[in-house]
Design a protein around this ligand. Structure first.
Ligand code: AMP
Length: 281
């Protein structure tokens, strides 16, 4: 597996292989890799000739400096996992290499980046769009893989690719969970044992809501999910929203949209977790 740290070496490596007709699959990540990331890498491996993964903790998408400072970093374990999953190359640049000059682009995603995460993490999605665009321009993939765990991020990346007519196909991959239902996340490592013990409540509440939603109004369902999660005093729910899967706009009646998803964010101790579940209609 090749380790690439500069834009120049990455460009020449990829361009040469593309000239030989290789289809390139790309998986962007911030490292501290787990089986959720690996599911993206393995899918990319099955569907492409060359798989490149990036590891870059993008400072400009963190609206909370403490979250950035405490973001887990496990470079050796990451490299071993990627090698085992059949990744061909890792692009792991420094911040200086990624941003020789500050990128001050401001994207207009309409309402997509104003709701849910956008409301609680101002500037986050603009930082995500800047880094993903730059990574796509450096790694020149035919296909890029993103997890449905970050459902709003996925919607914004699809929108950016469409707005800028970027020549890449975006593929979404299902959420990988622990056996007890907790969605895998690099941030799970930071949970204290007593927090980890109650963490499955999050998905349990979402699943219960999704199983019985027709018995309640959307507002009532939202309230029930919040109450179920906050049965543990270690949780503080930030939002639970039931939204249209394309526009991400909240609904007030079940007939407002055909394709619905429940998204949430909650603090478990000091760790902020997100999760979602699609409603089966
Ligand atoms: P991150 O390193 O958190 O930026 O995540 C890199 C990619 O992995 C993103 O596209 C995430 O949506 C995806 N991802 C993270 N956790 C999971 C998971 N539990 N299941 C599926 N994909 C995931």
């Amino acid at each position: 597996m090749k380790l690439l740290q500069t834009v120049a070496e990455t460009h020449s490596y990829i361009l040469q292989l593309k000239q030989n007709g290789y289809q390139v699959g790309f998986v962007p990540s911030m490292g501290a890799l787990h089986q959720g990331h690996m599911s993206l890498v393995k899918q990319a491996r099955r569907e492409n000739d060359l798989v490149i993964c990036s590891i870059f903790v993008n400072p400009i998408q963190f609206n909370n400096p403490d979250d950035l400072a405490k973001y887990p970093r496990t470079p050796e374990a990451d490299m071993a996992m990627l090698r085992d999953a059949g990744c061909d190359a890792v692009f792991a640049p420094s911040a200086r290499e990624m941003y020789p000059e500050p990128d001050t682009t401001i994207y207009d995603f309409g309402m997509l980046d104003k709701v849910m995460e956008g409301r609680y993490r101002p500037g986050h999605f603009n930082g995500v769009a800047i880094v993903v665009r730059r990574l796509l321009e450096i790694t020149l993939p035919d296909v890029a893989y993103f997890g449905e765990k970050d459902f709003q991020q996925l919607a914004i990346i699809r929108k950016m690719v469409e707005m800028l007519s970027l020549p890449v196909r975006v593929i979404s991959c299902p959420i990988v969970r622990e056996p007890d239902g907790l969605a895998l996340s690099s941030r799970n490592q930071r949970l204290l044992p007593e927090e980890r013990a109650v963490a499955p409540l999050l998905y349990a509440a979402l699943q219960k809501g999704a199983d019985h939603y027709t018995n309640f109004t959307p507002v009532k369902l939202q309230q029930m999910i919040v109450a179920d999660i906050e049965k543990s005093p270690l949780f503080r729910v930030e939002y639970v929203e039931i939204v249209d899967m394309d526009t991400l706009m909240p609904i007030s009646s079940w007939t407002d949209s055909e394709h619905l998803i429940i998204c949430l964010a909650a603090f478990l101790g000091h760790v902020r977790l997100i999760d979602n579940v699609v409603l089966q209609r």
